[in-house]
Design a protein around this ligand. Structure first.
Ligand code: ATP
Ligand code: MG
Length: 268
């Protein structure tokens, strides 16, 4: 792989207990994201997919302890930069869409205001111009009547709409190089899931973003992703091109994961 935008190398970490001991949950996690490509991170619940991704942005829970290893973004070791530097990278170069968008939005400001404020933070300009960009971004993610929707608060949005607003924020208002999607459609109905996936991957392609997609949906992975990282119990057990992983999985766990997903598809 030539010059990946993100390289996680032997990253280990855990959570501090009240006694001060650390329970390790990530063991020498290594994977890289190739520029302009879509990489999926898969693996059963609790395998460390989210904690690893949150560590990229320095957004892991406060009790997380970094034990060893590095996370290198475009030549910058994110495990050794200070909070201000990370804050600067967030949104400007790396952005993330979480599973529960409504929880990630601020309940006390209107959607339009949140998008407009973030726009001004990154690009400057007047409040009025920023609000126009916010409304345009809502339109691009197919929110109907974006002018009046912009005046609403997060609790007035449905789950699917809040997810669209977050995608507008992460991919249009921010202009990142790397977009991390942590199960961006979980909890939505199947039709909305498919629409939102199309939308976000369409935007990513249009902007040549590097995407890291954390998902349980192996169907989406097979259809859309270039590379796959398989995690199990805090370890990366296998990485490869989507074709390699789906046609010739080497690791036992990967084989079981694929077999289980085929069983569930057959049962539908
Ligand atoms: N705040 C926390 N305190 C202690 N342990 C935590 C905390 N957050 C996560 N963990 C533990 O870290 C491990 C990895 O969790 P993580 O959320 O990364 O899993 P995941 O692969 O994203 O799972 P899922 O598919 O369910 O989202 C799990 O064992 C989890 O219980
Ligand atoms: Mg997770």
């Amino acid at each position: 792989m030539t010059d990946p935008i993100l390289k996680i190398s032997s990253f280990s970490g855990g959570f501090a207990k009240e006694t001060g001991d650390v329970t390790q949950i990530l063991y020498d996690v290594s994977y890289a994201l190739e520029r302009g490509k879509l990489t999926a991170v898969v693996g059963e619940t609790g395998s460390g997919k989210s904690v690893t991704a949150l560590s990229v942005l320095g957004l892991h829970p406060p009790s997380f302890r970094h034990i060893s290893g590095s996370i290198c973004f475009d030549g910058i070791d994110l495990t050794s930069v200070d909070a201000r530097e990370l804050h600067k990278l967030r949104g400007s170069r790396i952005s993330m869409v979480f599973q529960d968008a409504r929880a990630a939005l601020n309940p006390v400001f209107t959607i339009g205001r949140q998008l407009a404020d973030t726009y001004r933070l990154h690009h400057g300009g007047s409040r009025r111009a920023a609000m126009e960009h916010a409304i345009e971004a809502l339109r691009r993610v197919h929110i109907p009547e974006p002018e009046s929707r912009a005046k609403q608060y997060p609790h007035e949005f449905s789950g699917g709409m809040a997810q669209r607003a977050m995608i507008a924020m992460a991919a249009l208002i921010c202009t990142p190089d790397l977009l991390i999607l942590d199960e961006p459609t979980t909890g939505l109905d199947v039709t909305t899931q498919a629409e939102i996936m199309d939308l976000v991957l369409g935007l990513a392609r249009e902007r040549a973003l590097t995407v890291c997609l954390i998902t349980h949906d192996l169907g989406v992975v097979a259809e859309t992703c270039d590379h796959v990282v398989v995690m199990n119990r805090g370890h990366v057990v296998e990485t490869g091109s989507t074709e390699q992983i789906f046609t010739a999985p080497q690791n036992d766990y990967t084989q079981r994961l694929l077999a289980a997903s085929q069983l569930s598809e057959a049962a539908e």
